[in-house]
Every structure is written in structure tokens, then in C-alpha cells.
Design a protein around this ligand. Structure first.
Ligand SMILES: *Cc1c(COP(=O)(O)O)cnc(C)c1O
Length: 392
């Protein structure tokens, strides 16, 4: 199959990048007060672990997402690590997640000394499937003294980490109910879904803790960074998070006393300054990304395009959701088409990439327990991400 027409379409949508000979998958955009705020950090010398931008960034992210509290971290990965610790995950526990995710989700589970259990995703969200999880749990788990255990391994199933793939929210109502019924803590990996809403409520605010990422390729960036989100019921956990991410130091004018094994996970002020400037642009960025997605959707649904490339599907937001369309995705008819598309687009200077290799196929997670993964396996063979940068 010759995909030249799609390559031309993408170049038409990104004329600036195409003119320079390379259309990136997702480039960062700096169009606001970034330099001004960074200069303020340097001029006041508050570049590091103390400074007003950190508090302001936390406040403003809480405001935007509707979280009761937000706590910064130096990356999304260590925000996930912290979130799992706060949810009570301990060495030897099991944590349910999806195999179709970025490696950070599974790594954070390992940092706790816990074991991931990989369960399938839904076709319409590409995220953890409540129906598949329900049938796996009913077949494999039991509850004793308000704790959930795996019948086969005897281990406690402490938490469940769904991930909002490419910014598309998972079926949260069903997962919340299932976790409540089985005494499992819900921790949302919302690293990709800043600006995405499920039934009008921001992703990352449904479980015990939610996690955002501000890595360079995300919707907004702080260079590197992450955020923990807490709703009204969990504000005391936010205090604990603040304490543990700042080396568990007991506040005092001069003494260095620490009351737990803490972590140096606090985002520096200079990164938070970048975050404050980026956050001011977020509504415009999400607007722009949704417009790009709408153009792709219109292009791929044309009868002429469908006739030529029969079977290519543009992935659209799930029902009752408003997605940030962080990375646009198409589903090709089969694995051979996926490889041909990847080769032709990357050869033509249009950056595309396949969805992640499934976690259970990686050497360090190859021995982990899995459910039936038929949908994840089907998607892994077919999904490709296409250029998704903000256009201003
Ligand atoms: C980006 C991302 C993270 C966090 O990554 P960092 O680079 O550490 O900020 C976690 N989970 C998923 C699914 C991600 O895409």
C-alpha cells in the first residue's frame, strides 16, 4: 500500500514543520510568559527547591482540574511511585494495571516491590477494561477483613492503576464502583490526560490519588515534572505527600530532623515557573489539539480516503468524554500495514510511531500474571500515533 496521500495530508496540516523538512510527533510550544517567569527565578535567585512558582503551580493546577489539592514532583514517574506508596502499596502486594501503557506505570509498581497484574483494555478507550477486570477478579480474587487477595498467589491486591491512553478517559464510573466493591485503591495514571474530562470532571480526580506528567512531549511541559492530585476526601494524604516528597523534614528554623524515609521528589521553582506560563496557554493548546483531531477525523472519514485505504480508522474520544487528544492515533487494518505505514511516513520526514510494546512482552515483566489480553494484543499490532503538535 502506498500511503503518500496521507503523508501529503499531514504535511498540509503542518506547513511550517513540513517546510523545514520534518514534522515531529509532538513538539513543545512556548508562546506565553515562559521567558518572563524564568527570568524572575534567576533575578530573585529562587531557582531551586524554594520559591513562589511552586506554590502557585500547585494552586493553579488544582484550580484547573478541580482537585482539592495538588502536590508537585520532579517527574510523572516518581509522582506515580509516591501515589502508590500513599495508597498503601507495600512490598509483595499486587497492583492491577493495563499492559498497553508507557513503561513508567509498570516501573512505579516495581519501585514499591509490588507485582503488576496485567488486564485487558477496552476497544473504545484503549484503557483498562472494567468488564475484563470484573470477570478476572470474580475468577481470581476474594475479600477478607476488607482486603482483596489473589486466590492463586495468596498476595494482597492493593491497588489498580488505569491509564488514560493518549488522553482518552477510561470508563471511570465502572472502575470506581468495582474498586470500591473489592476494596482496591484506585490510582489514576493521568500523565497523558491533562485537559481531558470524563462526564465533565477532570481525569485524575476520581481515585485515591491521580498523577499528571509535564515531560517534554506532554500537552504542557515543565522540562520534566509531575503532579499528584487529591480530591476533598484525601486532603490529609496531600499533607503526607508534601512531607514525603521533601525528605520528610520536620519544619524548624534551623534543625535538620526527619521523621521518615523521605524522597527528594519536589519540583524546583524554575520548572514550576515554566509550568505556570504553560498552564496559562493550556486552554488554547487543548483547543488547537482538538481542532487538529477534528481535521484528521474529517480527512479519514471521506469516502474517497476510505475507498483507497479501506479499513484505516481514526481513533475518536469515548462517549461522554472530552479528550485533550494528546497524541492522535489511527488503527491500521493489520500488522503488515502498520509496518508499511511506519516505514513510509518516517522515510518521508513525517514522524510516526507504533503504540508501546505490551508490558508483559518486556523481559522484566514477562513472568507477571496476565488476564486474557486479546484487545491489547489486537491494538498493539495496528495502532500508530501521527503528528499531534499544537498549531498556533
Ligand atoms: C509520560 C508518562 C508518565 C510519566 O512520565 P515522566 O516522563 O516521568 O513524567 C507516566 N505514565 C504514562 C502513561 C506516561 O505517558
Amino acid at each position: 500500500m502506498d500511503y503518500q496521500q496521507i503523508i501529503d495530508q499531514i504535511k498540509t496540516m503542518y506547513p511550517g514543520y513540513a517546510g523545514q523538512g520534518f514534522v515531529p510527533l509532538h513538539a513543545a510550544t512556548f508562546s506565553g510568559n515562559e521567558k518572563k517567569y524564568l527570568n524572575e527565578c534567576i533575578d530573585t535567585t529562587f531557582v531551586s527547591s524554594v520559591g513562589e512558582f511552586v506554590n502557585r503551580f500547585e494552586r493553579e493546577i488544582a484550580g484547573y482540574t478541580g482537585a482539592a489539592r495538588a502536590v508537585v514532583c520532579v517527574s510523572g514517574t516518581n509522582a506515580l511511585h509516591m501515589a502508590l506508596m500513599l495508597a498503601g502499596v507495600e512490598r509483595g502486594d499486587e497492583v492491577i494495571t493495563q499492559p498497553l501503557t508507557f513503561i513508567a506505570t509498570a516501573n512505579a509498581i516495581s519501585y514499591c516491590g509490588a507485582h503488576p497484574v496485567f488486564l485487558d483494555v477496552d476497544r473504545d478507550t484503549m484503557g483498562l477494561s472494567p468488564a475484563k477486570m470484573k470477570s478476572w477478579i470474580e475468577a481470581h480474587a476474594f475479600v477478607k477483613d476488607r482486603q482483596c487477595y489473589n486466590r492463586g498467589t495468596g498476595r494482597r491486591i492493593k491497588a489498580c492503576v488505569p491509564m488514560h491512553t493518549f488522553g482518552h478517559p477510561v470508563h471511570l464510573d465502572e472502575l470506581v464502583a468495582l474498586c470500591r466493591e473489592w476494596h482496591i485503591e484506585l490510582v489514576e495514571d493521568a500523565a497523558e490526560s491533562l485537559g481531558s474530562f470524563y462526564k465533565g470532571r477532570h481525569t485524575g480526580t476520581f481515585g485515591r490519588v491521580g498523577v499528571l506528567s509535564f515531560n517534554g512531549n506532554k500537552t504542557i511541559t515543565t522540562g520534566g515534572g509531575g503532579m499528584l492530585l487529591f480530591n476533598e476526601e484525601n486532603v490529609e494524604l496531600a499533607e503526607r505527600a508534601k512531607h514525603l516528597t521533601t525528605q520528610a523534614k520536620v519544619p524548624h528554623r534551623w534543625e535538620f530532623v526527619h521523621d521518615a524515609v523521605g524522597y527528594n521528589y519536589r519540583m524546583p521553582n524554575i520548572n514550576a515557573a515554566l509550568g505556570c506560563a504553560q498552564l496559562e496557554c493550556l486552554p488554547a493548546y487543548v483547543e488547537s489539539k482538538r481542532k487538529v483531531a477534528a481535521e484528521y477525523a474529517a480527512y479519514f472519514s471521506q469516502p474517497e480516503v476510505q475507498a483507497r485505504y479501506g479499513g484505516i480508522e481514526f481513533f475518536s474520544e469515548p462517549a461522554e468524554c472530552r479528550s485533550n487528544y494528546w497524541l492522535n492515533a489511527i488503527i491500521l487494518p493489520d500488522h503488515e500495514a502498520q509496518l508499511a505505514f511506519l516505514t513510509q511516513t518516517n522515510d518521508a520526514g513525517v514522524m510516526t510511531r507504533p503504540i508501546w510494546e505490551l508490558m508483559n512482552r518486556l523481559p522484566m515483566f514477562g513472568a507477571c500474571e496476565c488476564g486474557n489480553l486479546s484487545t491489547a494484543e489486537w491494538l498493539a499490532d495496528r495502532v500508530v500515533n501521527i503528528p499531534s503538535s499544537v498549531r498556533l
